[in-house]
Design a protein around this ligand. Structure first.
Ligand SMILES: C[S@@+](CC[C@H](N)C(=O)[O-])C[C@H]1O[C@@H](n2cnc3c(N)ncnc32)[C@H](O)[C@@H]1O
Length: 260
């Protein structure tokens, strides 16, 4: 499978829309005495900063496997927060923390259900583990992007790239309940109103479609034709209207209280 990188500028294009689930996730964590907070898959750090604001006395650490993201986080949101480049599948804090949060990241970790015991071990007894993942992988935006990548002539370069995936809220609730947690799990479908010529393409080119687009960079003409065809299909699936382009976006939220 070809490896992809992250582009903080492109990812931050919809920072407001992407930030709202983080705030809503955070609002369900009822932790008061907090010494340490960990943000796994912290990205460019703009949301990690909110953790430092919420718990001003806590030591806040952001971890991400993308050097580009951590570079941006350190440059723009350093100071109160310590950032580290590491892979959450193998990295662990020296001591368990009071709050572990992971926003819009676990969908990029295949088989992450099996990782839940390891993640829970990073949290103190009585502490909190909260995460949010997109739950829209059967939405037209993903189906179209994935299908096109599997078609000739694109499949040779884009047919074997990372595609994000997640489970439904009940699956996470059962898995964490079986591990002794008290779990609050729910889903929300946001109805984003987007503007511009190809706003759905702009959105997914920073996340779900990025691996395919990057793999195709090896053949610039092919990449250009993939982008053009992808935009055409996305415009048909998400037509412009007098109020903009409506893009429903389902997300899954999980807040688990670790047994004390
Ligand atoms: C969609 S971004 C989310 C960033 C941030 N949490 C936010 O909500 O804006 C996903 C992030 O997960 C990171 N990531 C993906 N797999 C990872 C892994 N195995 N270990 C650490 N970070 C990972 C990526 O580098 C990327 O920055």
């Amino acid at each position: 499978m070809s490896k992809h990188t992250w582009d903080p500028d492109r990812y931050l294009t919809y920072a407001d829309e992407r930030g709202r689930p983080f705030v809503e996730l955070l609002s369900r964590i009822d932790a008061h005495v907090v010494r340490d907070v960990l943000d796994l898959g912290c990205g460019p750090g703009n949301l990690t900063t909110l953790l430092a604001e919420r718990w001003p006395a806590a030591e806040v650490t952001g971890v991400d496997s993308s050097p580009e993201m951590i570079e941006r986080a350190r440059a723009e949101h350093g100071g109160r927060v310590t950032y580290e480049v590491a892979d959450l599948r193998t990295w662990a804090p020296e001591e368990p923390v009071d709050v572990l949060i992971s926003n819009a990241t676990l969908q990029w970790v295949p088989g992450h259900l099996d990782l839940l015991p390891r993640l829970l071990a990073m949290v103190k007894p009585g502490g909190w583990f909260a995460f949010q993942v997109p739950g829209n992988f059967d939405a037209p935006s993903h189906r179209i992007t994935h299908a096109l990548g599997g078609e000739p002539p694109y499949a040779e370069l884009a047919g074997d790239v990372a595609w994000p995936a997640s489970y439904d809220a009940a699956t996470y609730l059962r898995a964490l309940g079986a591990l002794g947690c008290e779990v609050d799990a729910w889903e929300t479908t946001y109805l984003h109103v987007l503007h511009g010529e190809d706003p759905v393409f702009d959105w997914i080119s920073g996340t779900g479609a990025r691996p395919a687009l990057q793999a195709l960079e090896a053949d610039p003409a092919l990449r250009a034709s993939y982008e053009e065809e992808l935009k055409r299909r996305l415009r048909a699936a998400y037509p412009a209207s007098d109020i903009g382009v409506l893009m429903p976006f389902r997300r899954i939220f999980v807040v688990a209280r670790v047994a004390g």
